[in-house]
Design a protein around this ligand. Structure first.
Ligand SMILES: NC(=O)c1ccc[n+]([C@@H]2O[C@H](COP(=O)([O-])OP(=O)(O)OC[C@H]3O[C@@H](n4cnc5c(N)ncnc54)[C@H](O)[C@@H]3O)[C@@H](O)[C@H]2O)c1
Length: 455
């Protein structure tokens, strides 16, 4: 592959900056919110240069001037993503994990707490107990937000009760069990005014954010096509029959939802295409399939999306492809250029233009070719790989800006947020619903316009 360092186009830079004039303070705070960040990049962080800013907040979470207090739900012994939430949430030293309801089993919930340094007094046996007791604590002790890292069928009740109690929420995907619940959750979030982030964590990679800003500012021209794939192989056999915890609930319609593979990872692939391009979908056709005999939910699927601007998108998700791990891979074709990015090699992005050498972008917060979104999502200088934890932490980092704003009585963006929000979560649930319905109707074209869709 030919290598050519991408060059900065001042005109593009200018337009890219315009994208953020609606909330430049957020970008600044997001990029330089922590001593960890500033200490590890350079003396002159790139976003400072970009915005000509002369200072960064010396306090934790700006005006709030303290760490945010986190509660974790899920993440008990033997679980997977709860530990990732707990690690990512504190990466920038802007939050402390102080409470939790860590397991569906009250004994295990309490037994899991020491591994997180959660004190016994705040290791709760259930979410209900946690919300009730935390609400009753003095304001300078009670939690600010709840992270939901439990199986899909439990998200709605936990997230809704947290929002209604006034706690901000970071909820894992798929956001709810079905679209009806998702719409109800949107209403609860709007009524409560809490900050609500959804951990579509792949949106947090610096080069994904770089790509989004490049596309929205027109660098690739009009977008004609998106190919987004999430390919795994771990459910090739019926692992669920062996009592494997993560496989068991993911393949159970009562706990996973109407879709299996498409709900679990198809939603990530769909969300990534939407986030990167901002294209608004119009219609969808889908074919889902169960290949492992006896399994109740799809383990492979393919959807075609027609976008409002005439672009075509494809989403392929598999959990039965031998040897494939977490191969989330996206390609975007525009009239002026095409790009590709792969999460298993997240610090590289390829941009191609006919007649020019292929360009390999590396994640470099100090390079002139990186735009403001890309730079603000970096922590380390180039060449030190950043990956899953850091991207996950970027969902938190930008949600923290809004949580701090809410806590100090400032207004904050609700819909067009840098991190995936409750509307993105609801759109994901609509995607699942329409995919399952289309597949049941032999791939019929169904509407895919969601009123809360962002650009
Ligand atoms: N964003 C990502 O990249 C990503 C990756 C993996 C999983 N996920 C999502 O995270 C969620 C959890 O997945 P996992 O693989 O970690 O599951 P898991 O089975 O490994 O862990 C689930 C944990 O939740 C606990 N739990 C269940 N019901 C509970 C309740 N009512 N109250 C308190 N705790 C409860 C379980 O005891 C367990 O500790 C799922 O929604 C999944 O789709 C997201």
């Amino acid at each position: 592959m030919g290598f050519c360092g991408p060059h900065q186009n001042p005109d593009v830079e200018h337009r890219a900056n315009d994208l953020h004039t609606r909330n430049p303070a957020t970008i600044l705070r997001g990029g330089f919110s922590t001593t960890f960040h500033a200490g590890n990049v350079t003396n002159q962080p790139a976003v400072h240069r970009l915005y000509g800013a002369t200072h960064m907040s010396e306090t934790t979470n700006g005006k709030l001037n303290r760490k945010l207090r986190m509660a974790l739900v899920g993440g008990g012994q033997g679980s997977f993503i709860g530990r990732v939430h707990a690690t990512a949430a504190v990466l920038d030293n802007r939050a402390s994990l102080v409470a939790g309801a860590l397991s569906s089993d009250p004994v295990r919930a309490k037994a899991s707490a020491p591994a997180y340094d959660i004190p016994e007094s705040r290791a709760y046996g259930s979410v209900e107990e946690m919300i009730q007791k935390e609400k009753a604590l003095p304001a300078d002790q009670r939690i600010d937000f709840v992270s939901v890292a439990t199986p899909n069928h439990t998200h709605f009740q936990i997230a809704k009760s947290a929002a209604e109690a006034g706690f901000n929420v970071v909820c894992d995907k798929p956001m709810t069990f079905d679209f009806v619940q998702a719409e109800e959750l949107v209403t609860a979030v709007e009524n409560s005014g809490v900050v609500f982030a959804v951990s579509h964590n792949y949106t947090g990679y610096p080069l994904v954010r770089q790509a989004r800003e490049m596309i929205l500012s027109g660098e690739l021209g009009e977008i004609n096509a998106i190919r987004s794939n999430y390919i795994q192989g771990w459910l090739r056999t019926r692992l669920e029959a062996s009592d494997q915890k993560q496989a068991a609930w993911r393949t159970d319609p009562k706990r996973s939802g109407a879709a299996g593979c498409f709900g679990d990872i198809g939603t990530h692939a769909y969300n990534l295409g939407r986030y990167m391009t901002g294209l608004l979908p119009a219609e969808i056709s889908c074919s889902l399939k169960v290949f492992a005999e006896g399994r109740a939910l799809d383990d492979y699927g393919h959807a075609v999306v027609r976008f409002e601007n005439g672009a075509i998108g494809t989403v392929t998700a598999s959990q039965i492809s031998h040897g494939r791990e977490n191969d989330l891979f996206i390609e975007v074709d525009g009239t002026k250029g095409a790009l590709q990015w792969r999460q298993e090699e997240p610090n590289v992005m390829i941009v191609r233009r006919n007649g020019s050498p292929h360009q390999m972008y590396t994640r470099d917060p100090n390079a002139p070719f990186m735009n403001s979104m890309g730079k603000a999502a970096c922590r380390l200088p180039s060449g030190h790989p950043e990956a899953f934890f850091e991207a996950f932490a970027n969902v938190y980092r930008f949600a923290y800006d809004d949580m701090a704003a809410r806590a100090t009585g400032e207004t904050f963006e609700k819909r067009d947020t840098i991190y995936p929000n409750v509307y993105d979560g609801a759109e994901g649930m609509y995607f699942i619903q329409q995919c399952v319905a289309s597949s049941q109707q032999n791939g019929a074209w169904l509407p895919m316009k969601y009123s809360g869709a962002r650009r």
